[in-house]
Design a protein around this ligand. Structure first.
Ligand SMILES: [Zn+2]
Length: 243
């Protein structure tokens, strides 16, 4: 916990809230200690399941107390200037409310390798980014994370249901989402949310299908690729992997 955060929190929170945070810190010690050492940050030393556990624990902390801040950023900035060893790669939407470093519990610099575009669509740029994060930086986990009320998916659903045509590059951008929505069916009353979840699952499939490099890493047990869904109201992330 950084000094500013400590002071701010003490001034604005009740004793009860602090006690609750203390309980969370006890339950999830790895996320509340000072900045990790160089040894702790080595992505290659973290298994896919350990990486997923860290994300789960960080998100649980975010759900319990979203106002926490990241730890010792000044120190951490100097450490990661020497190199990066992120433990997870996140592909998610550009939506301003879906910020991986925050929703996974105040994750600090150098821990997440992030690719974002509207609709978390897998294209060549994204595949290259994911390959860099896993093959070169040795992050053991890729998470494709959709989110509640995604505007890009909503546009694709609007086109499927109402025939709305989007001009410019947005129309082209949402093309990969159209077959996902059509596969669920234009008359499905929950088409929007189902398409968001299916679009993330399709992203996982495409990564494994279109990147032999990542598929090999998965076969070797060095990398896992999973889908996830972020809830705005609760702040909770649902993962497709039960681990
Ligand atoms: Zn979105």
């Amino acid at each position: 916990m950084c000094e500013n955060c400590d002071t701010t929190m003490a001034s604005r929170r009740s004793v009860l809230k602090m006690a609750m945070l203390g309980a969370a810190a006890t339950a999830i010690p790895s996320l509340m200690v000072a900045a990790p050492t160089m040894a702790e940050e080595a992505g290659a030393d973290v298994t896919p399941d350990e990486a997923l556990k860290k994300l789960r624990e960080g998100n649980a902390l975010f759900v319990a107390d979203a106002e926490q801040c990241a730890v010792n950023l000044t120190t951490r900035r100097a450490e990661v200037a020497l190199g990066q060893h992120p433990y997870a790669v996140i592909l998610t939407c550009s939506d301003s409310r879906v910020t991986p470093e925050l929703i996974f519990g105040g994750v600090s610099l150098g821990e997440l390798f992030v690719a974002r575009n509207a609709g978390n669509i897998v294209d060549t740029d994204v595949l290259g980014t994911l390959e860099y994060g896993t093959e070169h930086l040795h992050a053991p986990l890729i998470v494709v994370m959709g989110h509640e009320k995604c505007g890009a998916v909503g546009a694709a659903v609007d086109q499927v249901v109402n025939g709305t045509q989007y001009e410019g590059s947005i129309g082209k951008m949402i093309q990969p989402i159209l077959p996902v929505a059509l596969g669920i069916g234009a008359d499905d009353p929950d088409l929007g949310d189902k398409t968001i979840r299916a679009n993330a699952a399709k992203g996982v499939e495409l990564i494994l299908q279109d990147s032999p490099i990542i598929a090999t890493l998965v076969e070797e047990g060095k990398v896992k690729v999973i889908a996830a869904y972020y809830n705005f109201q609760t702040g909770a992330v649902e993962f497709s992997d039960a681990a």
